[in-house]
Design a protein around this ligand. Structure first.
Ligand SMILES: NC(=O)c1ccc[n+]([C@@H]2O[C@H](COP(=O)([O-])OP(=O)(O)OC[C@H]3O[C@@H](n4cnc5c(N)ncnc54)[C@H](O)[C@@H]3O)[C@@H](O)[C@H]2O)c1
Length: 328
């Protein structure tokens, strides 16, 4: 059994943005080709507690070297005020020869980076007539920090970033961290969410909003909205947009904005494509220059497996982690 703690995973994945995006792209392609198994995630919630949850994401990815496993990820938003991250996670990889657990990884970094890689992949797949030189990030937490890391890797012309968070202190500390790491970036903090929506045609939503609070009326025509937090947009806003998802069966669940839109419309015809099908085509998809395109990835367990397998391979090369010979 290989055990990779948080620091091992961070070291193993350091500087691997392009490899992670490629692993995520391949996972979506395999999913579109029917070479995956992705049961619905199980949401464990607690009596009299609307805020906290732990989700299990079991999955199988039929790559040349197939992998199976499960991610078990907790979301406790109150952690942030205690100086802890909202999300924490463990992932088990199983052998496809024997079924036996082979690796145990701390996986909040894996989870954040696969989510950010999915966003960056969407940004390079759903392309505009003009290249993206700026992006707005709404919600200044762990996920949007990783999104910025991956957007920078995928979109080299990105030079300006506009930030918005309900908690201005979070926006300020996010700005400080970015300025330290990427001094060449121009960083602006918007006064209102509408200002942030209007600032650029690439917008990423990663808030902890549990119920819809936002429309896209402030967005410019042709905006690509990376709707990672899944519950920000009103159902009518979803219905008015061009919707691309990772998997319609997964994303229309658990009171996401798309789930609410489906309930309102009584069908899923408002979803125009799944990302894997777009990737199967040879060329990036030109996005609608008049409407808002909304990318809502539920976050499939196959992405975690793909990035965990990559982390294990890189950890092996770098001799990272602890091996426990007598685990079983
Ligand atoms: N789709 C996926 O695959 C996927 C994967 C991982 C996380 N997520 C989601 O991404 C979101 C962000 O995760 P995180 O780890 O960065 O959380 P975080 O707690 O680190 O940061 C969230 C930030 O959003 C801010 N915020 C909350 N409500 C807001 C609002 N209405 N407007 C503006 N800002 C607001 C908070 O102040 C906080 O700074 C969560 O909802 C999480 O469930 C999605």
């Amino acid at each position: 059994m290989l055990i990779l703690g948080a620091e091992d995973v961070r070291q193993a994945l350091a500087g691997a943005e392009h490899e992670i995006i490629e692993a995520v792209r391949r996972a979506y392609l395999l999913h579109a080709q029917g070479r995956t198994a992705v049961p619905h995630s199980v949401f464990l919630r607690f009596p009299d507690d609307q805020r906290n949850r732990i989700i299990a994401l079991p999955a199988y990815l039929g790559d040349d070297t197939p992998v199976a496993g499960v991610k078990w990820i907790a979301s406790f938003p109150g952690n942030v005020t205690e100086g802890l991250e909202r999300a924490s996670a463990a992932l088990i990889l199983n052998s496809m020869a024997t079924g036996r657990p082979q690796a145990l990884l701390e996986s909040s970094t894996i989870s954040a980076r696969r989510t950010a890689a999915s966003a960056a992949l969407a940004a390079t797949t759903l392309v505009s007539e003009t290249s993206e030189t700026g992006a707005s990030l709404i919600g200044c937490g762990v996920i949007n920090f990783e999104v910025l890391r991956f957007l920078r890797a995928a979109l080299p012309e990105l030079g300006t970033v506009t930030l918005f968070d309900l908690d201005r202190a979070r926006a300020a500390s996010f700005t400080e961290r970015c300025a330290e790491l990427w001094p060449e970036l121009k960083l602006l903090v918007a006064d209102t969410v509408e200002d942030a929506l209007a600032a650029h045609r690439l917008v990423c939503l990663a808030t902890t909003a549990a119920v819809p609070h936002l429309t896209t009326s402030a967005c410019r025509p042709g905006t690509l909205l990376l709707h990672l937090s899944l519950r920000d947009l009103t159902p009518r806003t979803v219905l008015a947009g061009v919707n691309v998802v990772d998997d319609a069966d997964h994303v229309c669940r658990e009171a996401t904005s798309l789930h609410l839109a489906e309930q309102l419309r009584c069908n899923r015809d408002f979803i125009s494509a799944e990302i894997g099908d777009l990737l199967l085509g040879d060329h990036p998809r030109k996005r609608d220059e008049e409407r808002v395109t909304i990318y809502s990835p539920f976050g499939l367990g196959i992405l975690d497996l793909a990035v965990a397998a990559l982390a294990c391979r890189r950890a092996d090369t770098l001799a990272l982690g602890t091996r426990l010979a007598d685990f079983l």
